[in-house]
Design a protein around this ligand. Structure first.
Ligand SMILES: C[C@H](NC(=O)O)C(=O)O
Ligand SMILES: [Zn+2]
Length: 491
């Protein structure tokens, strides 16, 4: 399935003699930059046609083999085996409870974006239905930052367009990764070893096919750590570089643990390290400090526009981060059978994300395979966990850096930047060095004083945006939530 996914190509929308377009960089760029609904629909549908049907039977076989392996390891099925690492029989209930706390914020940003998209695209976006998934700037509608420029709360004020700035300053791939490394070093974490620069693959090779989905690798010899990424000069790849280097920092910090403990406290921790650093990097004050934001004025509208752009990544992602394994847990447990794989997928996409396909789907399609983690058997609830706990980590390190104080409105969480603060870095390092040698509640307690996942830090970070969205949606009399889709999936 990985070979099918990493070699799939489609033909261009307006020229079907060009048929060598790959997911990265071509289709990703089209979904990010095209404002032509027909072109977006073409790319969205053709990518799914190129991968889904070819993976369908292979996936069924994978489910059976994976469950057989789980049983041989004394688990009931793969779902139980995947959840084992969270060491808590109540884990799924905790996730559901976190989603219930976060859903109101998601409903507000969803309703606002649908209203804005309807202004731009007209009736292709219904007033009260789910949002067509191809118009949201991302192949899976899991992050909507690429459509920020016609959704900004204050359209006459600034949009932080890092892609343009990185290109204007002739950033190279190397400079993107050196910038990420500089941040980690500035808080007293560790620089990348020389072999990292010699052995990583940071650009898409021209001479062979490669799985382009970014990944970080620990070779468990305490010296050899690498990243594989088909880096383009875009904002998304700038944050991905930080995300992947966060994995490598974790590898380095726990390298002296016994091999058994050279893992994240749980998988969500590993996904949270790099994103935590990006929360500082994406603040206006940090972007200005490293020369990626020219503007001097941090007036409230500019700050809210930036917070909204970050929300198009972080808030928007939450339902997708949840539904991916809601679907797979049911598949592994046999509650979703092969004949209903696709229609159950679209039921969950509508129920949690409030998105719909641009064209009707059937159970002959197999749209889950359009997402790397499904065909590569990479569990996904780890990202939902990460998007919650990274804000708990951020709140803790920002307090340590004196950059956040719950009682001081002049130090809001969303303007914090821990750059060059070694006290914050040392506190983070203490948690990272534990690896998986202690149960994850002990690890999170070392940094935050809390022993549970807690949505309050994310809600605190986005509080100004939440208030603004509620006022704006009320002013525009926007329908909150979504009615049943007229599109979807027919068995
Ligand atoms: C959020 C997740 N990140 C990752 O794979 O590194 C993704 O890209 O879907
Ligand atoms: Zn990751």
């Amino acid at each position: 399935m990985e070979k099918i996914y990493s070699t799939a190509k489609i033909c261009a929308f307006d020229n079907n003699s060009t048929c060598d377009l790959a997911l990265e960089p071509e289709l990703t760029q089209t979904l990010a930059n095209s404002r032509n609904p027909e072109e977006l629909k073409h790319v969205w549908v053709e990518w799914r046609n190129a991968v889904g049907p070819h993976c369908r039977l292979l996936f069924e076989e994978y489910v059976d083999l994976s469950n057989e392996a789980a049983r041989l390891n004394n688990f009931t099925n793969t779902a139980e085996s995947w959840l084992d690492g969270y060491e808590d029989p109540q884990f799924r209930q905790q996730i559901e409870s976190l989603w219930e706390q976060l859903k109101p914020l998601y409903l507000q940003i969803h309703a606002y974006v649908r209203f804005q998209l309807r202004k731009k695209y007209g009736d292709v976006v219904s007033e009260k239905g789910p949002i067509p998934a191809h118009l949201l700037g991302n192949m899976w509608a899991q992050r909507w930052r690429n459509v920020a420029q016609f959704n900004l709360p204050y359209p006459d004020k600034e949009e932080v367009d890092l892609t343009a700035e990185l290109r204007a300053q002739n950033y190279t791939v190397d400079k993107i990764f050196r910038t990420a490394e500089d941040f980690f070093k500035s808080i007293n974490l560790t620089e990348m070893p020389q072999t990292f620069w010699e052995r990583s693959i940071l650009e898409k090779p021209k001479d062979r096919e490669m799985v382009c989905h970014a990944s970080a690798w620990d070779f468990y010899d305490r010296k050899d750590f690498r990243i594989k990424q088909c880096t383009a000069i875009t904002m998304e790849h700038f944050t991905t570089a930080h995300h992947e280097m966060g994995h490598v920092e974790y590898f380095i910090q726990y390298k002296n643990q016994p091999v058994k403990f050279r893992r994240g406290a749980n998988s969500g921790f590993h996904e949270a390290v790099g994103d935590l650093i990006s929360l500082s990097v994406e603040s206006r004050k940090h972007l200005r400090k490293i020369g990626l934001l020219k503007s001097e004025s941090d007036d409230p509208e500019n700050v809210l526009n930036n917070l909204f752009q970050i929300g198009l990544d972080k808030i928007v992602f939450l339902p997708f981060g949840y539904l991916m394994d809601l679907w797979r847990w049911d598949v592994f447990e046999g509650k979703i059978t092969p004949d209903e794989y696709n229609c159950k997928w679209w039921e969950l996409r509508e129920k949690y994300q409030g998105v719909e396909p641009p064209v009707n789907r059937t159970d002959q399609d197999f749209d889950p395979a359009a997402k790397y983690h499904i065909i590569a058997s990479v569990p996904y609830i780890r990202y939902f966990v990460s998007f919650v706990i990274q804000f708990q980590f951020h709140r803790a390190v920002c307090e340590k850096a004196g950059q956040y104080d719950a009682n001081d409105p002049s130090k809001p969480l969303h303007e914090c930047d821990i750059y060059q603060n070694t006290e914050a870095g040392n506190a983070l390092k203490k948690m990272l060095q534990l690896g998986s040698s202690r149960p994850w509640p002990d690890a999170i307690e070392v940094l935050t004083g809390q022993r549970t996942m807690d949505a309050s830090a994310l809600l605190e970070y986005f509080k100004p945006l939440h208030k603004w969205l509620e006022q704006e949606n009320k002013k525009n009399k926007v329908f909150i939530g979504w009615e049943k889709s007229t599109k979807g999936c027919v068995n």
